[in-house]
Design a protein around this ligand. Structure first.
Ligand code: FCB
Length: 473
């Protein structure tokens, strides 16, 4: 059980202007994948291939958010949250990924934005949360430069339609996952296992980020532009050189590759050398790094867990890695992930709140020019509805401990501007289908009925206290 904590004291440790929110993504919640002219995405294709999703499920219905704007906004309001992070489905807006627009897609997001603003909830939009138009994948996908260029156009189209009301824009969510789970390990759509192509994909995702960030800033210099990256503290399993080198490599690909590109305009030299084993980098053109190094305002931090790694391969314990991550680090097949004995969530991810403080401090120290926001943090646990309630003490404790870790970072001088729980509600958890529940709100996947979990009630209460503090000032 969780240790009693003083919510007022915790609430008072956050800045008064702070975005308190929860997050979702389009394919995980919307459903209605055939509605109103939406094109197909790589996830629509991937989920129908045998063996890709553990429970054989898909996002055709998901949690039906497309048809339930009012219900979702009411849920966010019932929780008392001031911000909502959601993503745009690129093929809903541009069915073939090119400049031809499906107006009905834009209308849906426009209505969602209006409904949020009517309740004083600030929208944070993610432009790419992994649902690439299938047409673009058919033309080669992210390993192709043209995909980055199309993404820049999509950003301009989306901003033109919504930028009058939306100030917060996250370009790409977790390019690490999109590139390496999508094109190296094949655990995510499009399910390719091509290490060289995955590094080209990573580069074009970053080029797409740069083009999108620039398009938005050109249209609105006051927009708050960000990129969403997933970070993990990486520990070596021992002091043996082979383990220390494994830790350097994993830290480099996970925590330095994308951040250095976005915020310094360079890829880390040591990882470039490692990757030369599988690619000649001929896809990097003159001027690309300068384009990627676009001015951004906020670095969006997704944080769930930590890694302990060994260079002795074969020792991978699937439960210690975010997924079967071995082949997701190209040219690092000998790397294994081991348990450090910490408690784990239902994903098998080790729980280490102090790692979040350390990561926020490290990022602020390394990249002091940007503000930071935690745009995803949360835990899957198997929930059961009992007498109309969901008692989820483990998730509650996870959220409490990670918020305390955020407060520690704030007190250490980190300019933290927001916290978004992953997720607003249980949803389609990619290759895990509907078997993992991350929501603050429980969803009956048969009926779609929503029930706020104990963790959601607690979080909403904390947010209300924080907002009361703000009003008192
Ligand atoms: C992140 C994803 C998000 C969700 C959580 C659990 O990597 O961005 O969509 O799957 O993990």
């Amino acid at each position: 059980m969780s240790t009693p904590i003083d919510e007022d004291a915790l609430a008072s440790r956050f800045p008064t202007a702070f975005a308190w929110g929860a997050a979702t993504s389009s394919y995980q919640v919307e459903g209605s994948t055939d509605a109103d002219g939406r094109g197909k995405s790589i996830w629509d294709r991937f989920v129908n291939e045998p063996g890709r999703v553990v429970d054989g499920s898909n996002g055709d219905t998901a949690i039906d958010s497309y048809r339930n704007i009012a219900g979702d906004v009411a849920t966010i309001k019932a929780l008392g949250l001031g911000s909502y992070r959601f993503s745009l489905s690129w093929p809903r807006i541009c069915p073939d990924g090119d400049g031809r627009v499906n107006q009905a897609g834009l209308t849906y997001y426009s209505k969602l934005v209006d409904a949020l603003l009517a309740e004083d909830i600030t929208p944070w939009i993610t432009l790419y949360h992994w649902d690439l138009p299938q047409t673009l994948e058919d033309a080669g996908g992210w390993p192709e430069r043209a995909t980055a260029e199309r993404f820049g156009e999509f950003a301009r189209i989306a901003h033109e339609a919504l930028g009058d009301r939306v100030k917060h824009w996250i370009t790409v969510n977790e390019p690490w996952c999109a590139a390496f789970l999508g094109y190296a390990s094949g655990e995510h759509a499009p399910g390719r296992r091509e290490p060289a192509a995955s590094i080209a994909a990573a580069h074009h995702l970053m080029l797409g980020h740069g083009l999108a960030a620039r398009a938005i800033k050109a249209a609105d210099p006051d927009a708050v532009v960000s990129i969403g990256l997933n970070f993990y503290p990486v520990h070596a399993a021992s002091d043996a050189p082979v383990d220390l080198d494994a830790a350097r490599r994993v830290d480099g690909v996970q925590n330095r590759w994308f951040t250095d590109a976005a915020l310094r305009g360079v890829y880390p030299e040591d990882i470039v050398e490692d990757f030369k084993a599988v690619t000649d980098f001929s896809f990097v053109e003159d001027g690309d790094m300068a384009l990627i190094h676009a001015p951004i305002d906020v670095l969006s931090v997704n944080y769930y867990s930590r890694f302990t790694v060994t260079g002795n391969g074969g020792a991978t314990s699937a439960s210690a890695a975010p997924t079967g991550a071995g082949s997701a680090w190209p040219a690092n097949e000998h790397i294994g992930f081991v348990s450090s004995g910490l408690p784990v969530t239902d994903m098998g991810w080790e729980i280490e709140p102090a790692g979040l403080t350390q990561m926020l401090v490290r990022l602020h120290t390394g990249y002091p020019e940007v503000a930071l926001a935690v745009t995803e943090n949360g835990a899957a646990f198997p929930d059961k509805i009992e007498d109309g309630a969901i008692h989820d003490p483990e998730r509650l404790e996870y959220v409490q401990a990670h918020l305390a870790a955020c407060a520690d970072a704030v007190e250490a001088g980190v300019p933290l501007v927001g916290y978004f729980a992953w997720s607003l509600a249980d949803n389609f958890e990619w290759a895990w289908g509907y078997t993992k529940r991350f929501g603050l709100v429980y969803v009956d996947f048969e009926t779609g009925e929503r029930t706020i979990k104990d963790s959601g009630h607690w979080y909403g209460d904390l947010v209300r206290r924080a907002r009361t503090n703000r009003e008192a000032e």
